[in-house]
Design a protein around this ligand. Sequence first.
Ligand code: KIV
Ligand code: ZN
Length: 542
Amino acid sequence: MRHITIFDTTLRDGEQSPGASLNVGEKLVIARQLEKLGVDVIEAGFPISSPGDFEGVKVIADDLKRAVVCGLARARDEDIDAAGRAVQGARRRRIHVFIATSRLHMDVKLRMTPDQVVESAVRGVKRARGYTDDVEFSPEDCSRTDMDFMCRIVEAAIDAGATTINIPDTVGYAVPAEISRRIRYLKDKVPNASKAVLSIHCHNDLGLAVANSLAAMEAGCDQIECTINGLGERAGNASLEEIVMAIWLRREHYQAEASIDTKEIFNTSRLVSDLTGIDVQRNKAIVGENAFSHEAGIHQHGVLTDRRTYEIIRAEDVGWRGRQLVIGKHSGTHAIEQALKLRGYALNRDQLREVTLRVKELADSEKSVEEEDIVALAHSVLTNLTPEEEIVKLLEVSVMTGNEFTPSATIVLTVGEREVIGQGTGVGPVDAAAHALQSVVHQEFGPHLELKEYGLKAITGGTDALAHAQIRFCDAEGNSFRGEAVNSDVILASVHAMVQGANRAVNFQRRASRAVQSQPTQPTQQTQQTQQAAAQPQGHAH
Ligand code: KIV
Ligand code: ZN
């Protein structure tokens, strides 16, 4: 059996999904779970893209025990140096260098000639080899690249020291037969092809990412790049769970296997969904809520007689455990820790203490506490701001609403030692509270924040369910600031989420003005770049 290397890029390409943005703590939690799942390589981020991304890659590199930790870099010196520094602490480290090779990208985006592109790729790979002997090279937009030019640049990259060659279908344009043909062509025509591992990276714009990846594997790729729940740019990447289960179930057909613990798939999927806030579609293969339920009578009868009639995979094979009631009023930290560990959350002592406290408060309010509640609380503790970042604190909020008058809100906040009151009206109580908060932020700190996104989800059923609120504010320059919170009261969940988002905006503004104050009169190119990087909103990678 061939061994297929599973390269997970949830924390890099997946984090580029519209709406997915993770802080460093959340990235670390996911990385640890990916290691538990058994992935071989974890692409932890794009270190040059923001200080938050750099920090995320570094923290993961310093922490993981077994998996290779990879940082992405364009074929530019500063990118490669940032990636090299970020992965330096990893037991096993990789740098992934890429440059676009399709005519369109070279002409319009890079404005470089093919010779210049080859030269940059070679220079980039050589520089990356100065940091590690595990270097991956990707000709971006490869599926729209002239086949012979692809071969030329791949050969040069291998000569320069690339140990993995990745073929990206960047825009999800390829179809399976064509991708197989491209891989076979490359293997035939590139004389040193056998010196590198061949890899495939497919996007899902035509819904073909998994099919294309499997076709590439059959044509000779020994590494597949994929993401949990298929997250990724636009329509996403190939979904790890679908690829892994196809290889697992059809190993005789593929004569291949991957070293994934399939029983960790369900937990990993839910963890990523909880932390990114992107729900898994109900009918999603392998991990969707409906993947193992049978509605039609004829199917139910078949499954009850012999489950193999309508089921090709057992729910247990992917670690599906069903809904579990775990915690009562008298359960202690240990039980909560165990429940969270099972779901991939390894919290530190202080975080665990806070979750336990909040679980008990919830249990005290006569609510039965389900596993999903505990996970939601853990998630909210993970996204807490540090005390230094909590510049604005919520003291009180009251709202008035009804069908005969305009909803209004009053909020009392502390800003340092001072109490500040904000008032607002709106189309509903949350809108009114948002206006009250926005007026305080504008008055005290300057920015005009606009509420661009607002989402509310009940964690479990019933009117006493915990509510998870997620918001996104935008300032006048278009910077985004996210906030989220969990509370049994929907108004409180919403206001806490908005206060968190407002704090992120205020912190961002302070960092940006500090960067400007330390600016010399004639900035060098280097300091301009550093300042732009320092002024990136936290948690916004790309
Ligand atoms: O889709 C793509 O081309 C990428 C590269 C950076 C590999 O994500
Ligand atoms: Zn990609």
